[in-house]
Each structure stands twice: as structure tokens, then as C-alpha cells.
Design a protein around this ligand. Sequence first.
Ligand code: DLL
Length: 428
Amino acid sequence: MTYKAIETASREEIREVQNERLRETVRNAYENVEYYREALDEAGVSPEDIETVDDVTTLPFTTKEDFRDEYPDGLFAVDDEEITRIHASSGTTGKPKIVSYTDDDLEVWNEVVARSLTAAGVEPGDTVQNAYGYGLFTGGLGLHYGVEELGATVIPIGGGQTQRQVEMLKDLESDAISCTPSYALYLAETAEEMGIDIKDLPLSTVIFGAEPCTDPMREEIEERLDVNGIDIYGLSEIVGPGVSNECHEAQDGLHIWEDRFYPEVVDPETGEPLPEGEEGELVLTTLSKAALPVLRYRTGDLTTLTYEECACGRTMVRMDNVTGRADDLIIVRGVNFYPSEVEDVVLEFDEIAPHYRIDLEREGNLDTIEITVELVEDFDGDEERLHSEILTRLENVLSFTPDQLTLAEYSSIERSEVGKVQRVFDHR
Ligand code: DLL
């Protein structure tokens, strides 16, 4: 089942819509945003040069630094009176990126979230407990209005209050919960401590996003909660949650709502567009945002695209789930790896809980790395043997030996009840 007919339209039809909306978006950006007027002039591109989406590659990139330089509203294309809502994405450093929406933009956003929920298997009449934080973060209100748009019931509980969340899940018999993947696991742990078997609840779907989640982590969520784990992706600069979503039918990549957001994958180093199927950095162009048109935004997220047919019948391109960002790459003593590689190893061991942290230090001129993992609650095996097994696995996967591997007690790694989990601590 789809929410909108366009989701199964022919590729030609989708392209027609994209062409027209791209032309309109570039015109809006050029005429109403000084930053874009200058950037396009500099690139020698005029809005009239843009005829089809093939011309998108002639446009300059927009980066998160551009958002910061133009703080707070230098990228807005409409007057204040036309703006209905503001959100912001904080990130870890520097000024927040401020984003804005007109009435029409909010309608589009609600619709793409309703499409996403439908893809996740949520139906009108279902109940969705929304455990994303409400406020400037786009997760809370984004999911909230999408659920309402779909005609389902939203429980706006927001982040935190985990025991309460468990009670509500039980008492209100929610069909789905939306939260970060790490929080889904924390919910399972909390339910267990409360003596409630979360698998017995009617909950059938976890719509997780806002953080990377490897396949083994998803399996862990599905198993621990006895649910379908469905990935939702998005970012504030483009709209918020609802840029793309997995379908429950295939659970094989996230359909990008590409009549609204035009995707490319580029080489993160050179910015050169990459062919279908090759991994690179996702670049997105909004196709119908009035308040904040964004041209070729460098998301920093690593993925691949496939236009192959999907079992669900949707014709919209799929992206691989994002397990890392270009800037997540950890470089220690000349060796490069992504945190997701550590996650894959952690999840291989039944004796280890699905929680870990990576600490990077500098001692003199030397970088060191400590990996901390957690034993499961009822561990009663041979710690030394386990330690050496995990170390060997890490060495094989990372091609170097972490300076320290600590097997910590169950529950000793801090859980994040609100917001996004932090697993890498760079003290250098
Ligand atoms: O995290 C929007 C969102 C809310 C998405 C709720 C899904 C659910 P930002 O705070 O602007 O917006 O952060 C965007 O988070 O560039 C990715 O690096 C990461 N991210 C978002 N969704 C996923 C996902 C929201 N499903 C940044 N998998 C993005 C991996 C994700 N990373």
C-alpha cells in the first residue's frame, strides 16, 4: 500500500515532475536568496540554463558551513510573515542550522512523513507512540504531524521518561513507536527491569532513525522487541525526518521521496557524481521547498542508490541505510575505520550487550584508542577467553590492535534517554 500515487508512477512521470520542480526551485533560490544568486553567478549558471534534472550537476554545492555562515536566516527565500515554523539542528560544534517552513512546506513535510509511515506498515487508525524529542529538533513535530496526516493516533510522549514509555506502550496498546535505534534497545532493557515482557505487547513496528544503525543492530532490535524495525531517514536542512523510508514489504533500502528531494551520490573527496550502485556521499536538492530551497546539499552521509524495481511496487529510488558519515571516519595512527565496523563486531558476540564506546586520546605524539564493550547481564563465562576472542575479531576487522579493550559490567555504559546517542569520544 502507498500513500500517494506518485510513489508507483513510471520513471518518466517522476522525471517530468522533477524537471519542473527543479526549474522552479532554482528560480526561487536565484531570485530570492542573495547567497544563491552570487553562487550561481559565480558558477556561470543562470536559472534558464536548468531544463532537466541532468543539469543539476552544473549547480554549486551547498554545505553545512554555508548554513552556518548565513546564520540565522540568510538562506531563507521568503519574508518573515510567510514563515509558519522554525526548527534548528544543533550538531556538536558551532552555531545551529536554522531552518524554516511556509504553510505549504509543512503540508509537503506532513505528506512525506505520512508516506514514510505507510511504507513502514502503519495504517490509519493505528496508534503511534512518538518518542522523538519535541522542540527545535525536527524528529518530534515531524513524526507527530505525519501520524496525524495519515489518520493514525499519535501519542506525543517525546523523549525520556522511559518507564512511563513502557507503561504507555502496554496500557495504550500502541502499534508502533518512533525513536532512535539506541533508544529502542534501552526501552527493551527498561521493560525487562520492570518485569514486563516487551515481546508480549501489541507493538509491531519500531520506526527508527536520526542515528546510524547497522544491520546486526536492527536484527537485535527486531529480536529483543519482537517487531519490524523500519529505518526512517532525514535531516533538518532538507526537511527533517521523511526524506526517505524503508518499506516493510521488502526492508531492502530506503525509498527516497524523489518527487520532493532529488538525490545524487558523489565522491566525498572530489565531489564528482558517482554511478548507480557506488558508495559515496548523498547530495540532496529540495524540489518543492518555498521557505528554504536548498541546492545540492552535501549531507555527509554515506550511501549508495539503486533504481532497481522493489518488491513493494514503489518505483522511487532506494538508498542504502546510512551506517556512517564521511566525517565519522576515525583515523588513528594512519589506520582508518568507521564506528559501524566496531558495531558489527560487538553485535557478533552473544555474551556482549549491544552497547559500546570508543575513546580516542593523545599520549605525547601518539594517538591511542580504547574500545569499551559491555557484558550481558547474566554473563558467567570466561572473561579472559572472551576478551581475547573479541580482540582477535577487532584486529581482523580493523586491521590494527586497539590499545585497550575493556569488558565493562552490564549497564555501565551510559544510555542516552534523550537525543542522539554518542559513541565516539575524541579527547585529542
Ligand atoms: O535526525 C531528522 C530525523 C529525525 C530523522 C527523526 C529520522 C528520524 P538532524 O538532527 O538534522 O535531523 O540530523 C540529520 O542524522 O544527516 C544523518 O547523519 C543522521 N540520520 C538521520 N536519520 C538517519 C538514519 C534528523 N535513518 C543527520 N540512519 C543526518 C542514519 C541518520 N543516520
